[in-house]
Design a protein around this ligand. Sequence first.
Ligand code: ADP
Ligand code: SF4
Ligand code: MG
Length: 325
Amino acid sequence: MTTLLSLRNLVVGLRHGHQTSPIVRGVSLDVKPGERVGVVGESGSGKTLTMLSVLRLLASPPLDILEGEILLDGEDLTSASEHRLRQVRGSTIAMVYQDPMTSLNPLLHVGYQIVEALRAHDVDTPQARDKARDALRQVGLADPERVERSYPHELSGGMIQRVMIAMALAASPRLLIADEPTTALDVTIQQQILDLVLDLQDTTSMAVLWVTHDLGVVARLVDRVVVMYAGRIVEDAPTSELFRRPSHPYTAALLASLPGTQHTHRSLLHQIGGSPPDPTRLDRGCPFRPRCSFAVEQCAHDEPPLLVRGASRAACWREPDQWQT
Ligand SMILES: Nc1ncnc2c1ncn2[C@@H]1O[C@H](COP(=O)(O)OP(=O)(O)O)[C@@H](O)[C@H]1O
Ligand code: SF4
Ligand SMILES: [Mg+2]
């Protein structure tokens, strides 16, 4: 099958003073049409910067794409014009953010904002109104007319997040990027939003990149999981495979720290001690080494590339058999 989105060796740099340090350090990732991919990793691992790069929305300076390609149907977005990028944003690729309040204008009615967003993509006004209303219904908002007439502050967090998803869906994007869209919501509302996205995935053929620090959340949602650590992908695996048999010690540690799991790795890795490294100040060798119980001599010298491990790929020098029990 053809690839919808392909990141090839994406490097994002952070400028500080006269220096530039890579903080997304060579991310390669393919998303096929209709595919659902989870992007998981602790806070600070580079998930958001990777996603913002796709839409060319990095705050530049201090952030910049230093290397790599972002191919959308084979077209490289790293060299696309601002005009072209505006066409792509919202119509081909839509993004829902962690803090939706910041993406809505507090002074304008919600309905007006959805219609304006659609009109930016050449949908005429009457058609935009219809689409907006359909989208609000589609995300389970019982009284779309009332929601349209409301200001953002008159709606609850869960309703706002539904509005943002409606706005993203209204233009029928081919790829939805959801960057921790449920993190700020309470557990019950989170569950409702997740169920909603599951339903929508079944009824549309859009691809989804679902970004979260919570591995538990993606289990039901995605076909494939990409695990990020210190600005790199350290494991890329089919979801069932990743849960059954993680190929990277970091993934195993994330699984072991999930509440309520009776995971086999629990005895080995109770909790990941320490915290993730600052990607601008990495030592030589594997970035996970200070927190890894299985490190060997080589880990101190060379950073492992992604190596094939059955149906998965993992950036670890050691075969899973060597450290799994
Ligand atoms: N605007 C910025 N200026 C400086 N550093 C940033 C900026 N945005 C992100 N970073 C740093 O880049 C790293 C990756 O951040 P981010 O992509 O937001 O991680 P994640 O989404 O996985 O939590 C972190 O170390 C973060 O502190
Ligand atoms: S390469 Fe070495 S330090 Fe890094 S995760 Fe694998 S075993 Fe641990
Ligand atoms: Mg983030």
